[in-house]
Design a protein around this ligand. Structure first.
Ligand code: G16
Length: 537
């Protein structure tokens, strides 16, 4: 019999770009996680007797919340929970399990690329039956419920043993403990030419993969080492509650150890990393860092080399701040390209409707219609498939892509943990000045990005200030929706260069003028007190 526990609403349980992310200490307050989970269940209808997938990236507090979520799923009337062994599932693997099992939805426990440990971050998000992050109409409903909640349902039981694969009964519900990797690894083998990749490794091709002490270590070991035969190529491959002190954000700053190895002249030919929950990816070759925007464009242009995409792709979608490089590929392929707000949830309808096959974001996310999340290991396998078929270096592939399409120089400057009020003022001032930008200093249009979903007509506004220049260059300002302390101002800067002679200029140098303009237009120094960005990618 379930228990009804009295509770009171907490302020600020509003899901951000990707679920609710807060400090672990916030989640540790009595009833905090339970309130949010109950608000999720109260926003859904028709799940009695159905299946819920539960898993997380193994970060600190994951084991406790997995148990709470399982008890509450049983008390709320689910018929079956599928949980990764030890409570572990990468985000794309969770998405796949939802789809494969026709589950009603899933609860994913992760704060993604944010640091873990007792002083780190934790997060909870709900994914719907298509395997993708809940759309805004559901996250809005969840937030509304968090403001009025007075009770939640749970069971008064011991923790369930989820260390062993198999079935356990809990009240009227079956808890099915599954291997977190097997189904996902099987899916990957249906998408890519594993024989060709195996041959590539046999030929002596060297690669390093950085699991960053997070969830993808076991996936990488099984897929790259056991199945594909790459020898001892996984670094930081054991998922740890604090990620071994790593900040599991796969970029040049936080994956420095890997980048130093691969960028060295005698380093491996290829390097890759993934984040806390396995949905982001970093791609790097000897002498060549591939920006996520370029990676998306190159994947779109070469997808047909992989068996699952051999018939061609239906369309490409990118988030608005992602560079326009992928649009050029779509144009050449004669397929549509879509520009959505930041957040993988905005790709869901396009993928479900078969309008886009490949999607990507500047924030190190790339994926396809095989699941409804971005997928780090998928992106690495796609690159391996391309490398195996083309037998050229990463550098050659990237440079020949620029030769064919032109180069979209691109950088993102982040100002982290800025005072929230000051960051809001900066954005507010930009919004107020919007009408005055166009027609001056080469700026053609200025707007606050809004999006009407072409499938369900839903409308989203205030998604970032966008200055577009006559020559196609862009400066974009927005506040991150994934941070947990203060505000993070993101400034995205892009410039198109058709002239091959100018392609080898260092990115920050090529963009120096625009960076200067971006700083002065928003008066970043005066408004934030910062003289330089915290992270440049
Ligand atoms: C999440 C979302 C992505 C988004 C990214 C950055 O990724 O799923 O779609 O691009 O956050 O968002 P923001 O710029 O608002 O911080 P992840 O990997 O953190 O789940």
């Amino acid at each position: 019999m379930f228990e009804l526990v009295a509770t009171k609403p907490f302020d600020g349980q509003k899901p951000g770009t990707s679920g609710l992310r807060k400090k672990v200490t916030v989640f540790q307050q009595p009833h905090y996680a339970e309130n949010f989970l109950q608000s999720i269940f109260d926003s859904l209808e028709g799940f009695a007797g159905k299946t819920l997938v539960i898993g997380g990236d193994g970060r600190y507090y994951n084991p406790q919340i997995v148990q709470i979520a399982i008890r509450m799923a049983a008390a709320n009337g689910f018929g079956r929970v599928i949980v990764g062994q030890g409570g572990l599932l990468s985000t794309p693997a969770a998405s796949h399990l939802i789809r494969k099992n026709g589950a009603f939805g899933g609860i994913i426990l992760s704060a993604s690329h944010n640091p873990g440990g007792p002083d780190g971050d934790f997060g909870i998000k709900y994914n719907a039956g298509n395997g993708g992050p809940a759309p805004e109409k559901i996250t809005d409903a969840i937030f509304a419920k968090t403001k009025t909640i007075s009770t939640y349902k749970t069971l008064d039981t011991q923790d369930i043993d989820i260390k062993k694969i198999g079935n356990v009964e809990l009240a009227n519900m079956i808890v099915e403990v599954v291997d977190p990797v097997s189904d996902y690894a099987a899916l990957m083998q249906t998408l890519f030419d594993f024989d060709a990749i195996r041959d590539l490794f046999k030929s002596g091709f060297k690669m390093k993969f950085d699991g960053m002490g997070a969830i993808t270590g076991p996936y990488a070991r099984r897929i790259f080492e056991d199945i594909l035969g790459a020898k001892s190529m996984v670094m930081n491959g054991v998922p740890l509650p604090d990620f071994g002190g790593h900040h599991p954000d796969p970029n040049l700053v936080h994956a420095k150890e890997l980048c130093d190895l691969v960028l060295a002249s005698n380093g491996p030919e290829f390097g890759a990393a993934s984040d806390g929950d396995g949905d982001r990816n970093l791609i790097i070759g000897r002498n060549m860092y591939v920006t996520p925007s370029d990676s998306l464009a190159i994947i779109a242009a070469n997808a047909q080399l992989a068996p699952a995409y051999v018939a061609g792709i239906a369309g490409v979608a990118r988030s608005m701040p992602t560079s326009c490089a992928a649009d050029l590929v779509a144009k050449k392929l004669g397929v549509p390209s879509f520009e959505t707000p930041t957040g993988w949830k905005f790709f869901g309808n396009l993928l479900d409707a078969g309008m886009a096959t490949v999607c990507g974001e500047e924030s190190f996310g790339t994926g396809s219609n095989h699941v409804r999340e971005k997928d780090g290991v998928w992106a690495v396998l796609m690159w391996l498939n391309i490398l195996a078929k083309r037998r050229e270096s990463v550098e050659t592939i990237v440079k020949s892509h620029w030769r064919e399409y032109g180069r979209n120089f691109y950088t993102r400057h982040d100002y982290e943990e800025v005072d929230l009020a000051r960051a809001n003022d900066l954005m507010g001032n930009l919004r107020k000045s919007l009408g005055g930008f166009a027609g001056k200093n080469g700026i053609k249009t200025a707007d606050d990005f809004s999006y009407r979903d072409p499938v369900d007509n839903s409308f989203t506004e205030c998604q970032g200030i966008r200055l577009v220049y006559e020559n196609g260059s862009r400066i974009i300002y927005r506040l991150s929706g994934t941070g947990t302390a203060g505000a993070t101002l993101r400034v995205y800067i892009e410039k198109y260069e058709a002239d091959v002679i100018k392609h080898n200029v260092e990115t920050q140098v090529a963009l120096a003028d625009l960076i200067g303009q971006a700083n002065s237009i928003a008066a970043i120094q005066a408004n934030t007190g910062r003289t330089a960005p915290t992270v440049i990618t």
